[in-house]
Design a protein around this ligand. Structure first.
Ligand SMILES: C[S@@+](CC[C@H](N)C(=O)[O-])C[C@H]1O[C@@H](n2cnc3c(N)ncnc32)[C@H](O)[C@@H]1O
Length: 373
């Protein structure tokens, strides 16, 4: 792992742009919101890294603290953990040089530390970020004590889950040939711990299902476990180009619907803008705005139009905002709020739906009610 760590921090991988953007954009809006709750905010980055990459770009601790200084100054504490002495020392220096006095770095093994934190952080707003190299550090066993915190206090978790490792450890072909050795058994035990059950077997050992479909099914199943406690969840695939395999999923779980609608737009923008850049670099389309590219069938305007009509018929008189939440729940990351709003206006202009004004302002806004025609 040492060599891998060193390579990793040599310079950012292009696809890390997605992860960093999501983290930065989410921290800004999240902190501005939770800072109004009146509780002290605790930010935990359990697999922190050195803070600054060798090419000078910022890692998660600096991204987190920059947002916290701007939106929650004097009302937050940030805790950064790392198992490696060299990264820990580099991070201490980076935090000190940036003047982040509310940030504290610890040299520790997070696998042994973080599940004890919820006992200490009883009445705080807590944000937990888990970005380990492998699977162990983002397992259900790590999350569970955080998921079970008192729901009076805000808990949000963002993690990255490495996909190639899942397939390697499941060892599909070896299992099909009946070649299960001690190492494979250990891997399988680890997968069961990480996913909080052995449902991963039914998913990963399906015949004639491609690897990516299995990955989406697995993340969905993993999130439906945590959704018993924190029901608003979603994820963004992270990959080099749109036709490359998924390197990891960036996943969030939250107790608040705002997190889901915010993450929807943040992940949509980070993913599709980076895929546009990676797919079209050096081609005619490079200079085009990613939003001007033709939409794929699964994200088409016609599909959203049909879904809106269906939801408005099912929930007549529901607000624009609540219908949007329903769209996001069933189609996470597919559409942006701006696109939804302009489509509503078009649909109302064509008399496909009734889009009322909010009587208290005389304008269309998030409280506007929608009806079928
Ligand atoms: C993917 S990197 C994190 C990168 C970081 N989020 C950033 O943006 O710079 C994972 C980090 O976790 C550290 N690590 C690995 N196992 C750990 C453990 N058990 N406890 C604490 N840190 C660990 C590694 O040394 C490495 O610095």
């Amino acid at each position: 792992m040492g060599k891998y760590d060193d390579d990793f921090f040599g310079g950012k991988r292009p696809w890390s742009v997605i992860k960093d953007r999501v983290l930065r954009d989410y921290m800004n809006v999240y902190l501005a919101k939770v800072n109004t709750r009146g509780q002290h905010i605790v930010l935990i980055d359990a697999y922190a890294g050195p803070g600054v990459f060798q090419d000078g770009s910022n890692g998660s601790p600096i991204i987190i603290c920059t947002a916290a200084e701007k939106f929650a100054k004097n009302n937050y504490s940030a805790f950064f953990f790392n198992i490696r002495q060299d990264f820990h020392s580099q991070l201490e220096t980076a935090l000190k040089n940036s003047g982040f006095n509310s940030a504290h770095a610890f040299k520790t093994n997070s696998l042994k530390t973080i599940n004890q934190l919820p006992q200490i952080l009883k009445d705080n707003t807590v944000f937990l970020y888990l970005d380990p190299f492998g699977l162990k550090g983002c397992g259900y066993d790590q999350l569970e004590p955080f998921l079970k915190r008192n729901s009076k206090y805000s808990t949000e978790i963002v993690l990255t889950m490495c996909m190639p490792a899942v397939h390697r450890m499941a060892a599909f072909h070896a299992v099909k040939r009946g070649e299960i050795n001690e190492k494979t058994k250990k891997y399988h035990e680890r997968l069961t711990t990480v996913f909080g059950g052995d449902y991963w077997k039914d998913i990963l050992y399906q015949e004639n299902v491609d690897a990516e479909t299995k990955e989406f099914q697995l993340i969905d199943a993993y999130l439906s476990k945590s959704a018993q406690f924190l029901p608003f969840t979603g994820y963004c695939p992270v990959r080099q180009k749109s036709d490359s395999r998924i390197k990891y999923f960036m996943v969030f779980v939250s107790g608040h619907p705002d997190a889901m609608v915010l993450m929807n737009d943040i992940m949509h923008k980070a993913y599709f803008s980076q895929m546009h850049r990676a797919d079209f670099q050096g081609t005619l389309f490079e200079e085009l705005d990613w939003r001007d590219m033709p939409l794929t069938d699964d994200r088409s305007e016609q599909k959203l139009n049909a879904l809106i009509k269906e939801l408005v018929s099912k929930y007549p008189g529901e607000t624009r905002e609540n219908i949007w939440l329903q769209v996001v729940k069933s189609n996470f990351m597919k559409y942006e709020r701006k696109f939804y709003r302009s489509l509503l206006k078009n649909m109302a202009d064509k008399s496909q739906i009734v889009y009322q004004v909010d009587p208290s302002t005389g304008r269309r806004n998030e409280n506007s009610k929608l009806y079928p025609v």
